[in-house]
Design a binder for this molecule. Structure first.
Ligand code: SAH
Ligand code: SF4
Length: 342
């Protein structure tokens, strides 16, 4: 097995260089080629002697995955299908906005959490992704963009539960925000979790990126029905953990709330949500459910959604309605399956 350089942190790059009989600064040079100059292969690394490039190529790899398909939605959203070395497929979604773009990346092949409304969850977990595979989505997309500098935001909201793959995910984030890595602002990276309380706590100690929590219900009965993870970490524990999460200045936790007709969209659900989040630095994203084939749930009417939003606004919560992008190419929230389809 060749070593995957995209999975190495700064120190490991130097150690690897030393293990190859090179000076440490060669490790730093190669790191720069990997994350900043987005080299495709060692042959691109023009400040390394030619025979060194060829030699290194035998033991190390710069390509843990391959882009195999790109679909473009009517609204400009792009869905990218990647194939990993062992044949598995994963997906990323590039969402263009007015003055920048956001990339939504996957962290696992599938997901074990089994949320009822989510297609990724339907297929179960195949395996965790490695740090190199997670980061390679960002590198490959940047490489393919006409204006790579537009890509300023990364959200870990694709396939998988990031905190169930904690070590790989935090390592990938490390390289994403490192100045000598991909140099993304930590304010522009968001990790979304279904609510693994102990890992949220651990994350707060290590990392300063944004936290989003998929809440989707404000009482335990409804939430456990929709999201089995709630039986393990019920709302009280989850909210307590969020309250204790260290937030840098003026930062807020985002709570995502999928609205499902007749299940969590009543006035009393909104009132409960207000109570649950009272006193927290929280903003709320309301997401109308994306219907999936075979799913016996539908989104409420826009009127109902706006009414729900008004209740939250009356209680001074910053609340946005987020229409999922890219529905026509199955790139919207909950629609990523990582399956090759026409
Ligand atoms: N596992 C993490 C991140 C990936 S899921 C998490 O659950 O947060 C990304 C987002 O898609 C979550 O907020 C989830 O609630 C949402 N989602 C899943 N299925 C959906 C659907 N059918 N309609 C709308 N949003 C959905
Ligand atoms: Fe997994 Fe998130 Fe989908 Fe739940 S919503 S099954 S945690 S990917």
């Amino acid at each position: 097995m060749r070593i995957d350089l995209k999975g190495l942190d700064a120190q490991e790059f130097e150690e690897w260089a030393t293990s190859q009989g090179l000076d440490k600064y060669r490790g730093r040079q190669i790191r720069e080629w990997t994350f900043k100059k987005l080299a495709v292969s060692f042959q691109d690394m023009t400040n390394l002697p030619k025979d060194m490039r060829t030699l290194l190529e035998e033991g190390a790899s710069l390509s843990p995955s391959e882009t195999v398909k790109i679909q473009v939605s009517k609204d400009g959203t792009k869905k990218l299908l990647f194939q990993l070395k062992d044949g598995h497929y994963i997906e990323s979604v590039l969402i263009p906005e007015r003055d920048h773009s956001t990339l939504c990346v996957s962290t696992q092949v599938g997901c074990a959490m089994g949320c009822r409304f989510c297609l990724t969850g339907k297929h179960g977990l195949k395996r965790n992704m490695t740090p190199g595979e997670i980061l390679d989505q960002v590198i490959q997309v940047k490489r393919a963009m006409n204006e790579p500098e537009r890509l300023s935001n990364v959200v870990l909201m694709g396939m998988g539960e990031p905190l169930a793959n904690y070590n790989a995910v935090t390592k990938a984030i490390g390289n994403l925000i490192a100045e000598d890595g991909m140099n993304f602002s930590h304010r522009k990276v968001t990790l979304s979790t279904c609510g693994l309380a102990p890992q949220i706590k651990k994350l707060g100690k290590h990392i300063t990126v944004n936290l989003a929590v998929s809440l989707n219900a404000a009482d335990d009965i409804t939430r456990s029905r929709l999201m089995p993870v709630n039986r393990k970490y019920p709302l009280k524990q989850l909210i307590q953990t969020c309250k204790a999460f260290p937030l840098p200045n003026r930062r807020m936790i985002t709570f995502e709330y999928i609205l499902i007709k007749g299940i969590n969209d009543r006035d009393e659900d909104a009132t409960r949500l207000v109570k649950l989040l009272s006193g927290m630095r929280a903003k709320i994203n309301l997401i109308p459910l994306n219907p999936l084939p075979g799913l016996d749930m539908t989104p409420p009417t826009m009127e109902r959604i706006q009414h729900f939003q008004n209740i939250l606004i009356e209680h001074h919560f910053t609340t946005m309605i987020r229409q999922s992008k890219g529905q026509d190419i199955s790139a919207a929230c909950g629609q990523l399956s990582g399956e090759e389809s026409e």
